[in-house]
Design a protein around this ligand. Structure first.
Ligand code: CA2
Length: 154
């Protein structure tokens, strides 16, 4: 069963406690539960993590390079600032889907720039926790297509 890393950046541990009008009422643990449920349905092993530290996020992206077939990433504030996260993403060989709970394009202008987007295969934003599930459906399809192609070549 392919493993998918679902990585979350700074302050997302506060979800459900503050700013529900922007980020919704779900806690990060509830989003993790939805991802695990989607993983069971789609045949994916889900590794779900959150960190407030940029270096740890970089380390996990590097780890994904050897341990995961695909990456779903909400880099939160680091989306808009981190060349280090972008450099790490560029070493990841599999599909990358960028996720945001809110729609950064209807917020402050600085949120319209994403370093993550420069490495992402797809972007889902503004759909709350559902965005994570849609991202997993997209990577499951990509991984299936990739497997079918390899089978045909063999
Ligand atoms: O909409 C998203 O998912 C974001 O990645 C969330 C980031 C923000 O910097 C991005 O522009 C868009 C912020 C996450 C902060 O999460 C909080 C949750 C509850 C209370 C306060 C912050």
């Amino acid at each position: 069963m392919p493993t998918v890393f679902v990585l979350n950046g700074p302050n997302l541990n506060l979800l459900g406690q503050r700013e529900p009008e922007i980020y919704g009422r779900h806690s990060l643990e509830e989003i993790a539960a939805r991802c695990r449920e989607a993983g069971r349905r789609l045949g994916l092993e889900i590794v779900f993590r959150q960190t407030n530290a940029e270096g740890e996020l970089v380390n996990w992206i590097q780890e994904a390079g050897t341990e995961a077939a695909a990456l779903v990433l909400n880099a939160a504030g680091y989306t808009h600032t981190s060349v280090a996260v972008l450099d790490a993403l560029r070493t990841f060989p599999g599909p990358i889907v960028e996720v945001h709970l809110s729609n950064p394009y209807r917020r402050e202008a600085f949120r319209a720039r994403s370093y993550v987007s420069l490495a992402a295969d797809g972007i889902i934003c503004g759909l709350g926790a559902t965005g994570y599930v849609l991202a997993l459906e997209a990577v499951a399809e990509r991984l299936r297509n990739r497997r079918d192609e390899t089978d045909r070549e063999a």
